[in-house]
Design a protein around this ligand. Structure first.
Ligand code: DP6
Length: 321
């Protein structure tokens, strides 16, 4: 049996930042994202006659150390669904590092979906979201297209994403600004753990997210673009304030990150629609309208020499190919 699934990456407008259960990846708060059309992962799962899983990433065989997270995940799936089969996994990431997105969201969503099909587990999208979450929290949201909310829940069965609007007719696009030179990365897993443990503001974050989720859902329903932009930017900056206020303090920002934030503020003063969101890295994603995007892109490229920009639009949920 062989099946291939495709999952698209997503950008969180209200961020997931902190787990109350590390093993199950149960978050402290809900989060809300937009699935994107440009970046995706294709994963083929084949049942093999072996007592070991084999994983190829972009046509290269991974060794057991590179592979640990995926091997552990496959073991989790076997335990969940009480079967013993092993797999050959062939994953091709169309999420170039140069695009400034992490591949774990699309990667674990595609893997969960590929196993679901290959093993004919017949999972609902809700069950698939739960399964993807066990690989990487943000993957729970990549099951659906458009605007998606991950409901925190309180145990494995109650923590999953739900679609808010899978094909929104809304004039939004995303410009990813990638800083070409940057230093070593602190994983989001580590970063959120440190923030929860030591930022004195963490309890405020939990309260803030609960009100911002309500506000942004209302803004989405009303297609209030400015509100969506304002809330998203405020939420991202608040997440990064948790890293700065952790002990020891750390930050994902590079000098260019701050420069881009300032340029976005300048663009707004000029009357253009542009709002920043930033994940666990130095790159800035600019929320634009289709009209403002080319102007924002030109301005950013004029002002900064060592950046690459990539445009993404709203994308779909899981597909089988
Ligand atoms: C900043 O989903 O990569 O992108 O669950 O530990 O795998 P793990 O973390 P991950 O964290 C994503 C963090 C974020 C915000 C978000 O996507 O909501």
């Amino acid at each position: 049996m062989t099946r291939t699934a495709r999952a698209y990456t997503n950008i969180a407008l209200i961020k997931y930042w902190g787990k109350k259960n590390k093993q199950l990846k149960l978050p402290y708060t809900n989060s809300l994202s937009l699935t994107l059309d440009r970046f995706y992962t294709d994963t083929k799962a084949t049942i093999i006659d072996s007592d070991k899983d084999v994983v190829y990433l972009n046509n290269q065989l991974l060794d057991d150390t590179q592979n640990k997270r995926i091997l552990n995940y496959l073991e989790t799936i076997r335990n969940f669904y009480s079967f013993t089969d092993h797999f050959q996994i062939d994953t091709v990431n169309h999420v170039p590092t140069s695009a400034g997105f992490a591949s774990s969201a699309s990667g674990f969503a595609a893997l969960a979906a590929a196993i679901n099909e290959t093993k004919q587990l017949d999972l609902s999208r809700q069950e698939l979201s739960i399964l993807a979450r066990n690989g990487s929290g943000s993957a729970s949201r990549s099951i659906y297209g458009g605007f998606v909310e991950w409901q925190a829940g309180h145990d494995n069965e109650s923590s999953f994403a739900v679609p808010i609007d899978e094909t929104p007719e809304i004039d939004l696009a995303l410009l990813s600004v990638v800083i070409n030179k940057h230093s070593k990365k602190i994983s989001s897993t580590m970063g959120m753990e440190n923030s929860v443990k030591s930022s004195p503001f963490y309890p405020n974050w939990v309260t803030l997210v609960s009100s911002e989720i309500k506000e942004i859902k209302q803004a989405i329903a009303q297609k209030d673009l400015q509100k969506i932009g304002e809330i998203s930017e405020h939420n991202a900056m608040s997440m990064h304030a948790l890293t700065l206020s952790a002990d020891p303090s750390f930050t994902y920002f590079a000098p260019e990150t701050i420069r881009i934030i300032q340029l976005i503020q300048e663009l707004r003063r000029k009357g253009l629609f542009a709002y920043a969101t930033i994940d666990a890295g130095p790159n800035v994603k600019i929320i634009c309208t289709k009209e403002s995007l080319p102007k924002v892109q030109t301005y950013i490229e004029q002002q900064l020499s060592d950046v690459t920009t990539v445009v993404a639009n709203i994308g779909p949920g899981i597909q089988y190919i």
